[in-house]
Design a protein around this ligand. Structure first.
Ligand code: NAD
Length: 480
């Protein structure tokens, strides 16, 4: 076993000694054997988190903030080490992994600063008979379930606010990429996080481990980032204990280019919005809607840029685009492309699964993608730009909103009125306006519709981990 469970500040094997393999997606070869938590181990983690809750909630906010700041500094000092780990288990290029270290650490710094700004209020009641004191308290032990696509940033985005708010937690990382999360737990412990506050339970059987926790009344909060399908399942389970839930789910982002857009900026934005994380991002541009007047030029320029990229193992410094996470994901991407082509789309570049080891898929541009094609309805999670044309603002708005998802939309236009109109009318939690990148610790990240509930980051991010408590105070007159 290369990595254990982290419970009560100690690394240990799973009960019964079970492990599961983690693969290097660039080669398909095993990278490590990781302890696979059992339901009993998961319960031991919740026992520990519950025991630690009261003293952690009473720990001064300044101290909680300083631990997060120290953990941020350690991550930045060890950027190369963490970047290599991310690349080895998840596949993205080293440059992208370094960016993830900065981004993930940024959430620890941001919430370290928020820890000392948890405020309350005091006012006179409407009828003047009482005083209204409002305080905010940590919600209590949390279960944080994370995906594989950003194995440092996804847990950091949850651990940061939970630590800042005074909550203890059990983290269940994705089995495809649990090593970075384990290393992050090590850094937080080194930064001074007390034993029991953060527990990590990698497992090959997520459902078996999380079900008993979701039934246990000591658990007070579930934060899940992953697919909408699993999110629905967990919401149904959470109903049993009326658990507070926050969900960051799937996306189907429209990327809209109007004829008055700066095309240089639009192509640059498309490269970022489409190819960041090899397209394996919930905020990846999934559907390109380009006005008919500029579609030819935009498609040609995007195809030229995408076909010039170097695909290879993320550890090679020359690589722009690493492999997809596994064969299942690659087959899904290839299947969506084949389906679109069968329905009449044209391949401008890419579109063929390469021979050889690893789960590589080439940067691909499709034009003439017909309305209703599966590739426009499902999350691609790969480096494929599917382009359709439009004629009017009303038409593109209708198409953009015609999905159960609502995470982010990208808009490129030089017309201020159109920019604001469209931004207001897009049914998404976030809009990238003349910009292909919206991730930012100081901004509220999250979706509408079936893309989620709640926000990570920004001024309101910490609220997801706090309960409001109102105390009604009687101010009776002094009796004479
Ligand atoms: P997934 O839903 O398959 O898995 C996510 C996590 O849930 C993993 O840890 C997995 O082990 C666990 N899980 C799976 N089934 C479970 C069950 N029955 N009970 C409890 N836990 C279970 O998603 P994934 O493939 O790891 O990640 C990709 C998805 O995540 C995409 O849909 C993507 O859009 C989404 N995502 C969303 C955001 C966001 O902020 N909105 C960010 C990153 C990824």
């Amino acid at each position: 076993m290369d990595k254990g469970l982290f419970i009560d500040g100690k690394w240990r094997a799973a009960t019964g000694g079970a492990t599961f393999p983690v693969e290097n997606p660039a080669t398909g070869e095993p990278l490590a054997e990781v302890a696979s938590a059992t339901p009993a181990d998961a319960m031991a983690a919740l026992d520990t988190a519950s025991r630690a809750q009261a003293s952690w909630a009473a720990t001064p906010p300044r101290r909680r903030g300083e631990i997060l700041r120290r953990a941020h500094d350690l991550l930045i000092e060890r950027e190369d080490e963490f970047a290599l780990l991310i690349t080895r288990e998840m596949g993205k290029s080293l440059a992208e992994s370094r960016a993830e270290v900065g981004y993930g650490a940024g959430y620890l710094r941001w919430f370290g600063e928020e820890a000392v700004r948890i405020d309350g209020s005091w006012k006179v009641s409407e009828d003047g008979t009482a005083r209204v004191l409002v305080t905010r308290q940590p919600v209590g032990p949390c279960l944080l379930i994370t995906p594989w696509n950003a194995p440092l940033a996804m847990p950091a985005r949850k651990i940061g606010p939970a630590v800042a708010a005074g909550c203890t937690m059990v983290v269940k990382p994705a089995p495809q990429a649990p090593l970075t999360t384990a290393a992050l737990a090590g850094v937080l412990a080194e930064a001074g996080l007390p034993d029991g506050v953060l527990n990590v339970i990698p497992t090959a059987d997520a459902a078996a481990c999380t079900e008993p926790l979701l039934r246990d009344g000591r658990l007070r909060k579930l934060w899940f980032t992953g697919s909408t399908a699993v999110g629905r399942l967990l919401l149904a389970q959470a109903a049993g204990t009326v658990l507070r839930t926050s969900m960051e789910l799937g996306g189907n982002a429209p990327f809209i280019v109007f004829p008055d857009a700066d095309l240089d900026a639009a192509v640059e934005g498309a490269m970022t919005a489409k190819l960041r994380n090899i397209g394996e991002a919930c905020i990846a541009a999934n559907r390109f809607h380009v006005h008919a007047d500029v579609a030819g030029e935009f498609s040609a320029r995007l195809s030229a840029r995408m076909s010039a990229l170097t695909v290879g193992p993320g550890t090679d410094p020359a690589t722009d685009l690493g492999p997809l996470i596994d064969e299942r994901q690659r087959s899904k991407v290839a299947g969506l492309v084949d389906d679109a082509v069968a329905a009449g789309a044209q391949v401008r570049t890419g579109g063929r699964v390469p021979a050889g080891p690893g789960y590589f898929y080439p940067p691909t541009v499709l034009t003439g993608v017909p309305a209703g094609a599966r590739i426009g309805r499902e999350e691609i999670f790969g480096p494929v730009a599917a382009i359709r044309t439009f004629e009017t603002e009303a038409e593109v708005l209708r198409e953009a909103n015609d999905t159960e998802f609502g995470l982010v939309g990208y808009l490129f236009t030089g017309d201020l009125g159109r920019a604001l109109r469209m931004s207001e009318r897009l049914e998404t939690g976030m809009v990238g306006l003349n910009r292909g990148y919206v991730s930012d610790p100081s901004a509220p990240f999250g979706g509408m519709k079936q893309s989620g509930i709640g926000r990570e980051g920004g001024d309101s991010g910490i609220d997801e981990y706090l309960e409001q408590k109102y105390i009604a105070i009687d101010f009776a007159e002094e009796s004479r």
